[in-house]
Ligand binder design. Structure first.
Ligand code: ADP
Ligand code: 5GP
Length: 212
């Protein structure tokens, strides 16, 4: 048995940050660079931003559609964020983890807590911080996707979001994007080879120790 074909359980890799810090940018780079991880596409009642694609960035649903998903117990977790609702559909995630597939979650601290309560062993929690509040404002403004009123509301929430930094396993200050990305990849690589995830190790080691 070759060591690189050993079976392992997949993991739920959660990236959270105050809005505007760079989590979506990092998430996209990770998905491009690493074929073994795929995005857990959330459902949201928020309208799409320019360039966002239904089914790829989010499943965009109306209030009634979201209500239906809640009633049918379709969500792993869901939460109110900025006056809209966001949720993680369960459907293929549980099965994927068993097959050794990894999922990336771009969710807030509320969703992180809920996922961790449901399935601590598979969750890896990474929190990104901005280098400063001024830089966070610059990034939100520079992104050019939100109105002044929405940016003001996001800034107001930033402090509250930052206060949840201690509910995460890893915390990275996203100053230089390349350095931040390298750290995120390093965490993912290391978490994949944690002993508890390598479910194929017991027979492998038994085989190694077989008398000649
Ligand atoms: P989030 O998903 O956390 O709301 P985004 O990924 O949309 O944030 O990033 C917000 C803006 O900041 C984008 O315009 C992005 O290009 C920019 N950005 C992200 N990371 C950095 C960085 N390290 N340095 C400078 N600008 C950044
Ligand atoms: P945005 O509107 O900028 O895409 O996302 C706003 C916030 O909602 C972000 O903090 C993002 O992480 C969070 N979010 C996105 N999807 C989910 C989800 O499925 N569950 C939870 N709890 N939060 C989510």
């Amino acid at each position: 048995m070759a060591s690189d074909t050993l079976h392992r359980r997949g993991l739920m890799f959660i990236l959270s940050s105050p809005s505007g810090t760079g989590k979506t940018t990092i998430a996209r780079r990770l998905l491009d660079a690493d074929a073994e991880i795929s995005l857990s596409v959330s459902a949201t009642t928020r309208p799409p931003r320019a360039g966002e694609v239904d089914g790829k960035d989010y499943h965009f649903v109306d209030d009634a559609g979201f209500d239906r998903m809640v009633a049918e117990d379709d969500f792993y977790e869901w939460a109110h964020v900025f006056g809209n609702r966001y949720g993680t559909p369960k459907s293929h995630i549980r099965a994927g983890l068993k097959e050794g597939r990894d999922f990336l979650f771009d969710i807030d601290w509320q969703g992180t807590q809920q996922l961790y309560q449901k399935d601590a062993q598979d969750v890896v929690r990474v929190f990104l911080l901005p280098p400063s509040i001024d830089e966070l404002r610059r990034r939100l403004t520079g992104r050019g996707t939100d109105s002044d009123a929405v940016i003001a509301a996001r800034m107001e929430r930033a402090r509250a979001e930052i206060s949840h930094w201690d509910g995460y396993d890893y915390v990275i200050v996203n100053d230089d994007i390349d350095a931040c990305f390298a750290k995120v990849r390093g965490i993912l690589e290391a978490e994949r080879i944690k002993r508890k995830r390598q479910t194929g190790l017991i027979p492998f080691v038994r085989d190694l120790l077989k008398p000649d």
